[in-house]
Design a binder for this molecule. Structure first.
Ligand code: HEM
Length: 213
C-alpha cells in the first residue's frame, strides 16, 4: 500500500494512475458497447446476452468492485490534478502546447469528466439500483427510453463520453510512454474511431428504442 501512496504523491504518479484506470474504463466501455449493441438485434438477442452475462455469477460482482475502485481513484486523481493545474496556470498552457495543441477533448477533460460522473450516477439509479425481480433488463430499457427527456439526456451524455474518450484514449498511451512517432498516429486514429463508435453505437440506442423498436 505504501508504494501506492508514494506513486500517488507525485503529479506524474497521479497521471499514470489515471492512465491505467482510464484504460480499464475504455475496456469496460468497449465490452458494455458490444453487449448493448445486441439491442439493435431485438429483444430476444438482448435478453440472451443478459442471460449469458448473469451466468458469470460472482465474477460480475468482482468486476463491479473493480470498476468502483477504479472510478474513485480516477475521479480523485483527476480532481487533484485539475486543482494543481489551476494553481499553476501559465505552466499548464506551455505543457498543452507541447502536447500538440488544444482540442475540444483536451480543453474540456475536467468538465466532461464531472458530467460523466453525474451521468453514471443517474444511469445506475435508472438501470442498476432497482428491483430486478419486478422487470427484465429489456423492460427497464424500454420504459426509460419511452420518456423523451431520457432519450435526449442519454444521447447528449454519450456524446460527452465520446468527447472525453477522444482525448483520454491517446493521452493515456502518451502518459504510459507509448508516444513513439511510429505508433502515435495509429493510437490517435484508433482513439478517434473508438470515440465515434461510442457516440454512434450508444447514442443511437435511445432513439432506436423509442422510435423504431
Ligand atoms: C444508451 C446507452 C446505454 C445503455 C442502454 C446502458 C445499459 C445498461 C444496463 C442495462 C446496465 C446493467 C444494469 C444491471 O443489470 O445492473 C448498465 C450498467 C452500467 N452502465 Fe450502462 N448503458 C449505456 C451507456 C453507458 C455509458 C455511456 C456508460 C459509461 C460512461 C455506462 C456505464 C455503466 C456502468 C458503470 C454500469 C454498471 C455496471 C455493473 O453493474 O457491473 N453505461 N448499463
Amino acid at each position: 500500500m505504501n508504494w501506492f501512496i508514494e506513486i500517488f504523491r507525485t503529479s506524474i504518479g497521479k497521471k499514470i494512475v489515471m492512465a491505467i484506470t482510464g484504460l480499464g474504463f475504455s475496456l469496460f466501455l468497449l465490452i458494455h458497447l458490444i453487449g448493448n449493441l445486441t439491442l439493435y438485434g431485438g429483444k430476444e438477442l438482448f435478453m440472451s446476452y443478459v442471460e449469458h452475462l448473469h451466468a458469470l455469477g460472482p465474477l460480475i460482482h468482482v468486476a463491479e468492485v473493480g470498476l468502483l475502485t477504479f472510478a474513485i481513484i480516477h475521479v480523485v486523481s483527476g480532481l487533484i490534478l485539475f486543482w494543481q493545474n489551476l494553481q499553476a496556470r501559465p505552466i499548464r498552457y506551455k505543457i498543452n502546447k507541447r502536447a500538440g495543441g488544444r482540442t475540444l477533448g483536451s480543453a474540456t477533460m475536467p468538465y466532461t469528466g464531472v458530467l460523466i460522473l453525474i451521468f453514471v450516477v443517474i444511469h445506475l439509479l435508472n438501470f442498476h439500483f432497482i428491483d430486478h425481480s419486478l422487470q427484465t433488463a429489456f423492460q427497464v430499457i424500454s420504459a426509460t427510453f419511452s420518456v423523451l427527456p431520457y432519450v435526449v439526456f442519454y444521447t447528449i451524455a454519450v456524446i460527452i463520453v465520446a468527447i472525453h474518450v477522444s482525448h483520454g484514449f491517446w493521452s493515456l498511451f502518451q502518459t504510459l510512454g507509448a508516444n513513439h512517432a511510429n505508433y502515435m498516429p495509429a493510437i490517435k486514429g484508433f482513439g478517434i474511431i473508438f470515440s465515434l463508435l461510442v457516440a454512434a453505437g450508444f447514442g443511437f440506442i435511445p432513439v432506436y428504442v423509442n422510435f423504431i423498436m
